[in-house]
Design a protein. Structure first.
Length: 557
């Protein structure tokens, strides 16, 4: 339902790569298999959580690959039959059922949800069916309720009615149609709507209308995962180490993310959906169209699926993220190419979005640029260091200890690597890169190629690297006071101490050091945030994360 990316690539062992390949289609480059093999081997470790991949053209498998372990403890390898939690890819299945019901005249997309769910309270009940599907309902998303996404809530089962009760009485953050905001509650209500109209559980309708007619044998409701022999185990990073993922009963994601499946079956679904075998052309056109907001602007999202682009080509896709799993997929209509990558970690070595886009770019014979790292010419770079102002953000380029770092305001700092001619790349697990150059007036500019786009966005140099708050020295006993666990809206935070100082552990992210700037304030430099600890009755009682003017409180356990 939401994705967190952490690089855990630290394994080295003999390859467990397993591949099956069909007859190549003419449109795919002749060296595609070899390059895809290499990409998959580079992206995922052989002896840790990994991924399963499929590429199809005109509905035929042209590449199928897997790498890594479905069960790390048992050393069971991932293969094409391995089943994964699909997460939010589920949404397009639920949306398709609603569109089928609309085609049958049983639902009208413009009707308020009160038409079908009369017990749902005002004012949120004025949101339309379409606004549930495109994330503009304004209803409170239950996965964003502070403190709710903890194991005490997620590890137990819910009926649809019980899950709706979690959020139905909360005030809507916005009015229907006013803004786009990814909303899992909206799709819980999509499931409730399907149940109200058909009299059947939403997943039964998905199975009856889609899974069985298309022969998608692996796709099923996630509550059944313990009975699936080929089910992958899900993993995370906890305290910098590989660990089983947080527990979740698969009734919790409901129609927002509860389906299981293989990439192969998702590809079969994708071919059927994009060739008018699931919903009729008029409804399909609405499904993949951008969403229009009440102010006339648009958001790049349809009904459970997103219109996007890949290397200049129109594309359609959707990702998924759920405890222990990350997934992504894309369809390129002009080439009739479909790619899916499923990983059994919510902190994978390479985000499926990156591996998927690299594979898709290879398949359409327009790969992303490949960079070779060269030695850093620090004298040439020094005049270019500083803050670059873009239309919607700022980026800071700095240098220390002979390395170059770049950071977008409010985001983690990342080391970048010189590739010559003023170019810098983020390493093999990122698509973005940038070039530092001088404009016609001789002033530094940053040409940012976000997501590997050929056309850059330009940032103008606006000043030197901001001075960092000075580090203060604190005695070990002073640091020890802050060690402990803290409950926050994004889960349990942990503060630990070693000889180097304090470290903050955030769920599904790599731990990072805290740098003291006073006796109770610390800088979390990785994301340019300030951590302030509070006291009550002489004891540390909580902390507040201040990042970009937004404050996130946490209470000590």
């Amino acid at each position: 339902m939401g994705d967190t990316l952490t690089n855990i690539r630290k394994f080295a062992a003999p390859s467990l790569l397993a591949l099956a390949i069909a007859t190549p289609a003419l449109a795919v480059p002749p060296d595609f298999k070899a390059k895809a093999d290499a990409l998959l081997a580079e992206a995922y470790p052989a002896d840790g959580p990994g991924a399963s991949v499929v590429v199809t053209e005109h509905g035929k498998i042209i590449y199928q690959g897997s790498r890594g372990l479905a069960d790390v403890e048992a050393k069971r390898p991932i293969d094409p039959q391995t089943v994964f939690r699909m997460g939010s890819i589920t949404k397009q299945f639920a949306a398709a059922v609603v569109l089928q019901l609309a085609a049958e005249g049983k639902i009208k997309l413009g009707d308020p949800i009160s038409t079908y769910l009369p017990a749902y309270p005002a004012p949120a009940n004025t949101a339309t069916v379409a606004q549930l599907l495109n994330h503009t309902s304004g209803i409170q998303s239950y996965t964003s309720i502070p403190g709710w996404m903890v194991e005490a809530n997620t590890a137990r089962s819910y009926t649809t009615e019980q899950l709706v009760a979690v959020f139905k009485d909360l005030p809507p953050p916005s009015k229907p149609g006013e803004q786009w905001s990814y909303n899992n509650s909206g799709y819980v209500l999509v499931g409730a709507l399907i149940e109200a109209v058909t009299g059947q559980p939403w997943q039964v309708e998905v199975d009856r209308r889609i899974v069985k007619p298309l022969g998608l044998k692996s796709i099923r409701y996630g509550v059944e995962e313990n009975a699936v022999p080929a089910m992958a185990k899900g993993y995370t990073i906890n305290g910098g180490k590989l660990a089983p993922s947080m527990k979740i009963h698969m009734s919790v994601p409901a129609a927002a993310g509860a389906l299981l499946g293989t990439p192969t079956d998702l590809a079969a679904w994708g071919y059927a959906l994009h060739h008018n075998k699931v919903v009729s052309p008029p409804f399909y056109a609405q499904m993949i169209a951008p969403t229009k907001l009440s102010d006339g602007s648009t958001a790049p999202y349809g009904f459970g699926i997103e219109p996007e682009s890949l290397r200049g080509e129109t594309a359609i896709g959707h990702s998924g993220g759920i405890f222990g799993f990350s997934t992504d997929s894309i369809y390129v209509p002009s080439k009739d190419i479909f790619v899916a990558v499923f990983a059994n970690s919510d902190s994978p070595a390479t985000a499926p979005a990156i591996a998927m886009r690299r594979l898709a770019a290879l398949a359409i014979d327009n790969p992303f640029p490949a960079f070779q790292t060269i030695a850093l010419d620090s004298k040439a770079v020094e005049p270019m260091l500083g803050v670059y102002r873009f239309a919607d953000t700022e980026r800071v380029v700095s240098m220390r200890d002979g390395k170059i770092y770049a950071r977008r305001r409010g985001a983690p700092e990342a080391e970048v690597h010189p590739a010559g001619e003023g170019r810098f790349h983020y390493g093999p697990n990122e698509l973005s890169w940038f070039r530092l150059a001088a404009d016609s007036a001789g002033k530094p500019v940053m040409e940012m190629h976000g997501n590997g786009n050929d056309e850059p966005t330009l940032g103008q140099w606006s000043g030197p690297v901001p001075a960092m708050a000075a580090t203060v020295a604190l005695a070990p006993e002073a640091l020890a006071r802050f060690v402990g666990t803290y409950e926050s809206p994004m889960g349990k935070l942990e503060v630990t101490r070693d000889e180097a100082g304090l470290t903050l552990h955030v769920p599904r992210q790599q731990p990072a050091p805290l740098r003291p700037i006073s006796d109770h304030d610390f800088m979390f430099d990785r994301v340019e945030a300030k951590i302030s600890f509070s006291e009550k009755d002489g004891k540390v009682s909580g902390l507040v994360i201040d990042q970009g003017g937004k404050q996130l409180p946490a209470t000590r356990d």
